[in-house]
Design a protein around this ligand. Structure first.
Ligand SMILES: NC(=O)c1ccc[n+]([C@@H]2O[C@H](COP(=O)([O-])OP(=O)(O)OC[C@H]3O[C@@H](n4cnc5c(N)ncnc54)[C@H](O)[C@@H]3O)[C@@H](O)[C@H]2O)c1
Length: 250
């Protein structure tokens, strides 16, 4: 069990599948209580958490909108009393050459990947401040550094995530709240296997750039998240941790 997780309330956006589901499973093993905020049903995640003997609740909502996050915050306040650990995991990653990216495409990616983080932080930071303890982990991407093609709107949004992480950490440091980001390489998830028709060959291509030459799995990411949300990481804030098989080294 990670230090400081026992009975903490963890809200994970986009936790019905993929990386968010793995994070829910790990935080349950760490002793936290789990809230999943996803617009897809999260039954599979709830079963994984229940199998670990921890309470869990799913809120079906769109976290890219103020109304969706208001509904989430109301459910969390009513049923758990607040949020101690906020995992801003939700994200979409449409692959499209810049010429074909419309303004609507751009705005949708910004809304899901970046607006959602602003809205959830607005909703849950006041409670963290009142309790004098909080952990926020935002999902970035190593594409910010590798700048692969076809992801202008996605990479711009993830650059925003890294800037937001640094800036929010500055504002919240005095309140006992840390804010960090995790930047993965291409990871095998529902999203990456269904949205990219060239997925199989792309996995091998990306792995060839990493120092560790295999495709990243969700299990490669859970340890970093568990550490960054623990008491052991109380003095680490504003950082972006590249968990990407050693592709980006700085
Ligand atoms: N998988 C990768 O290769 C990879 C690499 C780098 C960064 N990331 C980041 O990690 C995060 C998770 O990625 P993943 O591959 O697990 O994604 P995924 O597509 O497998 O799962 C995302 C989940 O978010 C939910 N979701 C999407 N939009 C939502 C919204 N507006 N409101 C509520 N729920 C919503 C979906 O229903 C889904 O359950 C994303 O932020 C992504 O950008 C992923």
């Amino acid at each position: 069990m990670a230090k400081g997780h026992a009975d903490k309330i963890a809200v994970i956006t986009g936790g019905a599948t993929g990386i968010g589901q793995a994070f829910a499973r790990r935080l349950a093993e760490d002793g936290a209580r789990i809230v999943i905020a996803d617009f897809a049903p999260a039954d599979e995640t709830l079963a994984l958490v229940a199998a670990r003997g921890r309470p869990a609740r799913a809120v079906v909502t769109d976290v890219s909108t103020p109304e969706g996050v208001d509904a989430l915050a109301a459910a969390v306040a009513r049923e758990f009393g607040g949020c101690d650990i906020l995992i801003n995991n939700v994200g979409i990653f449409p692959n499209r050459p810049f010429d074909e990216v419309s303004f609507a495409d751009w705005k949708r990616v910004m809304a899901v990947n970046l607006d959602s983080m602003f809205l959830t932080a607005k909703a849950f930071v006041p409670g963290m401040k009142a309790r004098g303890w909080g952990r926020i982990v935002n999902m970035a991407s190593n594409t910010v550094a590798t700048a692969v093609t076809g992801y202008t709107h996605y990479i711009a949004s993830k650059g925003g995530v890294i800037g937001f992480t640094r800036a929010l950490a500055s504002d919240l440091g005095p309140s006992g709240i840390t804010v960090n980001a995790i930047a993965p390489s291409l990871t095998r998830t529902t999203g990456t296997t269904t949205t990219n028709p060239r997925a199989p060959e792309r996995f091998d291509h990306v792995a060839s750039f990493q120092v560790i030459k295999r495709t990243q799995t969700v299990d490669d990411l859970v340890g970093a998240m568990s550490f960054l949300t623990s008491d052991d990481a109380a003095f680490i804030t504003g950082q972006t941790l590249y968990v990407d098989g050693g592709w980006v080294r700085r």
